[in-house]
Design a protein around this ligand. Structure first.
Ligand SMILES: *Cc1c(COP(=O)(O)O)cnc(C)c1O
Length: 397
């Protein structure tokens, strides 16, 4: 059956929650994807910042195959070795103290919100605590994660969500401070906003928010689901600023294709937070999922992924800055590391579609931004190939 026919079948069977590109992916290799008709594409989306190690990485695949042959699932009523190793590895790279594994980014954020509320509840016994989140933030589609997502059109049809959430502006410390009161239990933000348009927090902002949290014993929650796992040239984006959160969440590249997430906290939070009976998951931390995390962490080290990101970033940034200089329809470059955006004047939806036709997979983010979140293993040649396609498109505007 041909691709078009399959897509028709998809539209009859799947709930229509996405306006999908008219492509069915068949396989991937390194930083290239192949559609069902065998056409080859350079991938600068990585399944939305997921496939950090590239497709069909044999060491990663072999680790998963070996785990399948041992055991796939045990439940959290027992221990399993991959989960222990993955938790130890995550503690080591994050400097956090305790890990809870989830199945997605949204779920990780749900857990982070529960942990923060429980911490405040343990301290004063009241149940009306508030969380301050950021405008244009994105934390996921479940009810709690949606409640702290700073785009009202995503939230409105589903209200009432969890209550007592207020929104401030990223990089505007006064807007945050103005919302703080004795009920505030947490401030939650992405160190680099992804869906919101590839906007990094400033070091000054993060340091001031950290100091405010310390002063008032408010928990600082960082959502590292997209910006974490090496993408900014640091394992977690906050490490670049030296501003450590009390709770952080991870997902996306954490599993490099296997659906996983995690929330982590410091011992200070853990002591007053979730205890047996407070939180759980059937699948979270299962040996298959955590074998993926364990292998991803190993490969990051063995393949010097973070060093590579630092090495390639100036090259990419320079090429993107030149696009801003050369083409009127490219207004601004935003972002850091291999998490870059170009703010466009021309419609970003048209650009992503034309790119696909020319064999480049690239996606958009909020605010007419062309988003680049490639596998972290891209080389200069791949950057050149991507830039050449964009130039062909930009010169038509
Ligand atoms: C993708 C994303 C999420 C949601 O993750 P899911 O795995 O889709 O639930 C949460 N936060 C950020 C910053 C994200 O980019």
């Amino acid at each position: 059956m041909d691709m078009k026919k399959y897509i028709e079948e998809a539209e009859e069977a799947l709930l229509h929650t996405y306006n999908r590109f008219q492509i069915i992916w068949d396989k991937g290799d390194g930083v290239y994807l192949y559609d069902l008709e065998g056409k080859k594409y350079l991938d600068f989306a990585a399944g939305i910042a997921v496939f950090a190690l590239g497709y069909n990485n044999s060491a990663y695949n072999d680790a998963l195959k070996a785990q399948i042959d041992k055991i796939l699932h045990t439940s959290n009523l027992y221990y399993n070795i991959p989960a222990i190793e993955a938790a130890k590895g995550l503690k080591k790279v994050s400097g956090m103290d305790r890990v809870f594994f989830t199945n997605s980014g949204a779920e990780a954020n749900e857990g982070a919100i529960k942990a923060a509320r429980k911490y405040a509840y343990t301290k004063d016994g009241s149940t009306d605590h508030e969380i301050i989140a950021m405008n244009h933030s994105f934390h996921g589609r479940t009810m709690g994660a949606l409640a702290v997502t700073g785009t009202s059109k995503y939230r409105e049809p589903f209200e009432p969500l969890i209550g007592n959430i207020k929104f401030a502006d990223l990089n505007d410390f006064d807007s945050v401070a103005a919302l703080v009161n004795e009920k505030t239990c947490a401030i939650m933000l992405e160190p680099v906003q992804g869906e919101g348009g590839m906007v990094p927090a400033t070091e000054e902002f993060l340091k001031k928010v950290r100091a405010l949290c310390d002063e008032k014993d408010i928990l600082l929650i960082f959502d590292e689901v997209q910006c974490g796992m090496g993408r900014t040239g640091y394992m977690f984006a906050w490490q670049k600023y030296g501003v450590k959160p009390d709770i952080m969440t991870s997902a996306k590249a954490l599993g490099c294709g296997v659906p996983v997430g995690a929330f982590l906290m410091t011992e200070k939070v853990a002591e007053k937070s979730l205890v047996p009976g407070d939180h759980g998951t059937t699948y979270g931390g299962n040996p298959f999922a955590t074998a993926a995390i364990q292998k991803v962490l190993d490969l990051f080290e063995e393949q010097h992924i973070i060093e590579h990101v630092r090495e390639i970033t100036p090259y990419l940034e320079d090429k993107l800055d030149r696009l801003v200089e050369q083409y009127d329809c490219v207004l601004e470059r935003r972002g850091t590391g291999l998490m870059q955006g170009l703010v466009l004047e021309c419609p970003v939806g048209e650009v992503t579609q034309k790119a696909l036709e020319k064999g480049l997979v690239i996606i958009s983010a909020g605010g007419n931004v062309l988003r680049m979140v490639p596998p972290l293993i891209i080389t200069r040649e791949h950057v050149d190939e991507m830039i050449a396609v964009l130039e062909e498109i930009f010169k038509t505007y």
